[in-house]
Design a protein around this ligand. Structure first.
Ligand SMILES: C[S@@+](CC[C@H](N)C(=O)[O-])C[C@H]1O[C@@H](n2cnc3c(N)ncnc32)[C@H](O)[C@@H]1O
Length: 478
């Protein structure tokens, strides 16, 4: 049976926050002992598996299963898997309602963009599958649209659905035009502001996403408390969010946090709900674990010491006061450290980026460290994307590699686009023709000196600079 996801392909990406290593790191932070090492991963409604395939590519010891109701995306994913010669991933065209028990158990179950866009009975089945197939210390990733911001999304969605009749091929364009027309007639300032922000949101997204997300059939948004209550009925509890910022440093002043904590009377889920009310939250990426596992919410500092850390920061200058300035090698921003322990850690990490080191091994005297704001500062770096927590490194290369090799998936992507998946499960864009051609050539058979003659007009210095940036973004395989 053909679905709308067969008619219009859904643009899918690799989402770093769904990666099992990220799920394991956050679970560890909260006192869990999640499966590490070779594991089994399931992605529900995986589309063309743009999220799952790069995971399988960098972790040959683990096994990955993805499925989707739509046939065309699954076939597209299977073609990529064949091109890459991967044997640790399987994709199935499958309705979750017919999930076969023979698929086995999984340490991580990922549902990205699924829970909001399926009817309630399908969501119930999703949790039943998790109940039957998640290993005892496994982690579920589930994203979903949340109230209160979902009210605005529902309003614009309803307007799109009520557009005048017209050709089905232009429902998205006509719907967006209709929404703008309605907005122009509105006089109430609050309603104007709501529609303006919805018009802006829809204008920034590919029409194929709007076709499904706004004009599709099933659409269920949740109060986080209700979503967690539904999960609890199936034996699961709230663990955290998959991103560190909302988990550890929600975007509200400390005194607001304290008030909300007091109002929620020690109930973490109620606290999360109150946060959503205050921050007008519209989307969550929630991690769930089995209901019988004890969660440590107050021991993040000690638990950090069980993890590896990596940082793209590099040293810029030592200031007269003794503090040191570091710049972000992975994007904008810099930071100043006046804590010698923190500076020492960043120097060690700078030398190995994009690889990580075990935090516990980075400093000799943790008692002395604990007397400084070190852990707080480390968390600040992490929530700002300047420090990454890991359990294990992907096989990512440092610039010493003799015959440079780009991620095979990126080499495949070089044939058709400018967006490349890294070994770190992130995406980088290289718009220029030179970079795309160079990535395609980096198959590990050529030394650096052999590359310049293969690209017309390329100077060796240009190649060296490009390679350096490929290594820094984690595009190169060890
Ligand atoms: C909004 S898309 C999200 C795709 C992808 N996970 C992402 O985030 O980019 C929802 C996906 O769920 C799939 N889906 C919906 N109902 C399903 C069902 N009953 N069984 C399996 N997949 C389903 C759709 O075919 C579609 O690919």
């Amino acid at each position: 049976m053909s679905s709308t996801y067969d008619q219009v392909l859904y643009p899918s990406l690799a989402f770093s926050e769904t990666h099992p290593d990220n799920l394991a790191a956050i679970a560890t932070l909260f006192g869990q002992t999640p499966p590490t090492g070779p594991c089994r991963v399931l992605e529900v409604g995986c589309g063309d598996a743009n999220n799952l395939i790069p995971m399988a590519l960098v972790d040959p010891q683990s096994h990955f299963v993805g499925f989707d109701l739509a046939t065309r995306p699954i076939e597209a994913g299977q073609a990529v898997i064949r091109s890459l010669g991967l044997s640790n991933i399987e994709l199935h065209t499958l309705d979750i309602l017919a999930f076969p028990p023979s698929l086995g158990t999984f340490d991580y179950i990922i549902a990205h963009g699924f829970c909001t866009w399926v009817p309630g009975f399908v969501l119930d089945k999703f949790f039943a599958v998790c109940q039957a197939h998640l290993t005892p210390h496994g982690v579920i990733f589930a994203s979903y649209n949340t109230y209160p911001q979902a009210h605005a999304r529902e309003a614009s969605r309803q307007i799109l659905h009520h557009q005048p009749p017209g050709p089905s091929s232009s429902r998205v364009t006509d719907g967006k035009h209709f929404l703008s027309t309605i907005r122009d007639f509105v006089t109430d300032p609050l309603w104007q502001a709501t529609l303006d922000s919805e018009i802006k949101r829809l204008g920034a997204r590919p029409d194929a996403v709007t076709f499904h997300d706004e004009l599709g059939g099933a659409y269920n948004c949740f109060y986080v408390a209700d979503f967690v209550a539904l999960a609890a009925r199936h034996g699961f509890q709230y663990l955290a969010e998959a991103l560190l910022r909302p988990t550890l440093r929600p975007n509200v002043p400390p005194e607001t946090l304290a008030e909300l904590r007091a109002l929620s009377q020690g109930d973490e889920v109620i606290f999360q709900q109150y946060l959503d009310f205050v921050t007008y939250r519209g989307f969550r990426r929630t991690l769930l674990c089995r209901g019988d596992l004890p969660i440590q919410r107050e021991s993040c500092n000690e638990n950090l010491l069980k993890l590896r850390v990596a940082s793209p920061l590099y040293f810029i200058s030592r200031n007269p006061s003794g503090s040191e300035t570091f710049r972000n090698g992975g994007g904008p921003g810099q930071m100043q450290s006046n804590n010698p322990f923190l500076s020492a850690v960043i120097h060690r990490l700078e030398a190995v980026w994009p690889r990580s080191l075990p935090l516990a091994e980075l400093l000799p005297d943790w008692n002395a460290v604990a007397e400084t704001p070190f852990f707080d500062q480390l968390i600040s770096l992490a929530v700002n994307g300047l420090l990454f927590l890991r359990h294990a490194d992907p096989p990512v290369a440092s610039p010493s590699k003799v015959n440079p090799t780009a991620n095979p998936l990126a080499r495949l992507q070089a044939a058709s686009g400018t967006l490349f998946t890294t070994m770190l499960h992130t995406q980088v864009r290289f718009e220029d023709d030179f970079s795309c051609r160079l990535i395609a050539l980096l198959d590990g058979t050529r030394p650096v000196s052999a590359l310049a003659p293969l690209i017309k007009g390329a100077q060796p210095e240009l190649i060296a600079t490009a390679l350096q940036s490929f290594y820094r973004v984690g595009l190169m395989i060890a």
